[in-house]
Ligand binder design. Sequence first.
Ligand code: DX5
Ligand code: ZN
Length: 200
Amino acid sequence: APSILAADFKVLGQAIKTIEENGAEYLHYDVMDGIFVPNISIGIPVVKALRPVTSLPLDVHLMIDRPIRYAEEFIKAGADWLTIHLESDQPQNTLACLDKIRAMGCKAAIPYLTKCDMVLVMTVEPGFGAQKFMADMMPKVKKIRQMLDEVNPACIIEVDGGVDAVTYRTCRENGAEALVTGSAYFKAADRAAFVKALRA
Ligand code: DX5
Ligand code: ZN
């Protein structure tokens, strides 16, 4: 899942078309509100604008305070997956948000293992691209995979942050199936070959 945070925003539509041609399976879309994380990125109008440009599923990562307020609008704009953070609201609102996302036919991702379709493990502190991969998150990935195998085997694990042609290996070995790559994808000399290597 190439993360468009590392793309050239001047020609975003173009960058997205080539992501599909290069063999990626999802498009990762980072939303930051300047409150939940110390950075502001892009939001609902850009999802809407990009939706017709690609047929890839849009994996929308909400790094925002109280995401329940905006879940519906992101889904209407074209999100196929919505990932929310456990720390961004009270537990009852988080659960209500997951129910809302799935009731609207969108996939929900968060660590409530029986209530979601994907669990995101951040492998950097959320907020910026191009940070160093945190290998110490790997035992967590492995543990979550074991727990999922018991209660929700169809649920997948996504890792996000610092994933490149070297660090993807440990992610896969520990049970992550969805790999978000921002800077590594956009810096790769041959992006199609890069995607192929990560999918092999
Ligand atoms: C960070 C974002 C990531 C980011 C990954 O908060 O959630 O999706 O774009 O970028 P890299 O792969 O450069 O770490
Ligand atoms: Zn992300």
